[in-house]
Write a protein that binds this ligand. Structure first.
Ligand code: V47
Length: 360
């Protein structure tokens, strides 16, 4: 063992924060086995042998969008391919599974028709009809658009949405915090500073959120680590992120550029570097079920959800063989990886204190 390895392991053991350079060194020099051992040990300090999941539905109110992100296969490129869901249609979808879910995740394209009034009315109706369901909705760029369209501050916008029933904000739209990658793939989207500022405002209003990172756009490992660093710095200030979610760029035309070893190393260093974010989510529609399951051995402690009426965003990329997991499917996946499946709510409270273990 050389000096750097010894030092880094010592820091991890004594709970001293790792620097960007140190985790880069780990990425380049530590074996996969070592990274698994260290990240799993850290995960166990936080969530023991639990792996969380929730029962949820994803709803994309429209696939029309004013933006043109090159990595997105969800957007309707021709008017005849698009849809806009009415409030009644959304309520109907939720109603059809209401007794089987505790969370609705709402995010989609950005268009002028879907204004603040549309979302406030929708959230109020959901809360009135299904008080047991929490609403995680509207990514940072949707919020930014609404704030500009309605000419109100982000703080006022979020306050109004919270009053209408918004419980949490999803982590989407962060993509990769690097200006060159942003210019190449999503120049119309928010800069790192703007995205982080929106989440900071939400956290200051006690609206929790998640943070994502889209991998596989040609970014370097150092750029990925810098993304983690910006998320960690905001979390030091606000403590509002529940989970960090590495996503994998998927395309129906091209194979993903990064291999499973790199994906697992990224999970492990995210777990070790993000010492202030309790949960690391392996989102199966993006990673694929097998990869998400293996990520549980590299620090992930959450498989997200059962996902009724599955997310169209990923269906079109070809990454989803299944569009929904049953309760048994998800519990079995967790159990087969060697963990105890625990159903959580949006804020990671154990749902009805119910720990599910098929072996019992
Ligand atoms: O921001 C879009 C990604 C994200 C592609 O917070 C793509 O709990 C891969 O953020 N290949 C939206 N990824 C999804 C998201 C999310 C999902 C589940 C849970 C939570 C949460 C958040 O999906 C976008 C973008 O990074 N995305 N297109 C694609 N072709």
């Amino acid at each position: 063992m050389d000096f750097a390895t010894y030092d880094i392991k010592n820091k991890i053991e004594t709970g001293i924060r790792l620097t960007e350079d140190e985790v880069f060194w780990m990425f380049e020099n530590f074996s996969l086995h070592e990274l698994s051992f260290l990240s799993l040990r850290r995960k166990k300090e936080i969530s023991g042998n639990y792996v969380f999941f929730n029962r949820n539905i994803h709803i994309e109110p429209t696939n029309y969008c004013i933006h043109h992100c090159t990595f997105c296969y969800f957007r309707a490129n021709h008017p005849q391919d698009g849809y806009i869901l009415s409030e009644t249609e959304i309520i109907q979808r939720i109603k059809s599974v209401a007794d089987q879910i505790t969370e609705v995740h709402i995010t989609g394209g950005i268009i002028p028709d879907l204004d603040l009034q549309y979302y406030k009315s929708l959230f109020r109706k959901i809360k009135k009809l299904f008080p047991h369901i929490s609403i995680k909705a509207l990514t940072a760029i949707e919020l930014q658009y609404l704030s500009e369209k309605e000419k109100i501050s982000l703080k006022d916008l979020l306050t109004e949405l919270k009053d209408a029933g918004l419980n949490a904000i999803p982590g989407g739209g962060a993509e990769l915090f690097d200006e060159k990658i942003r210019q190449d793939f999503f120049p119309e989207k928010l800069s790192a500073r703007e995205w982080l500022n929106i989440h900071k405002t939400a956290h200051q209003l006690d609206i929790p959120s998640n943070a994502t990172m889209l991998m596989g756009l040609g970014e370097t490992i150092k750029e990925r680590i810098h993304h983690l660093s910006l998320v960690r710095s905001l979390q030091d200030e606000t403590h509002g992120f529940h989970a960090f979610i590495p996503l994998l760029f998927r395309s129906p035309e091209k194979k993903t550029r990064i291999n499973i070893i790199e994906i697992m190393k990224t999970f492990a260093i995210a777990r070790l570097f993000l010492d202030n974010i309790p949960h690391l989510k392996a989102y199966w529609p993006s990673l694929g079920i097998d990869t998400a399951q293996i990520a549980l051995l590299y620090g992930a402690d959450d498989l997200d959800g059962t996902i009724f009426t599955s997310t169209v965003i990923y269906q079109r990329t070809g990454s989803m063989k299944k569009t929904h997991l049953s309760l048994n499917d998800i519990v079995q996946l967790i159990k087969d990886a060697g963990f105890l499946a625990v159903e959580r709510d949006t804020t990671y409270q154990i749902y009805k204190q119910c720990v599910i273990d098929l072996s019992v």
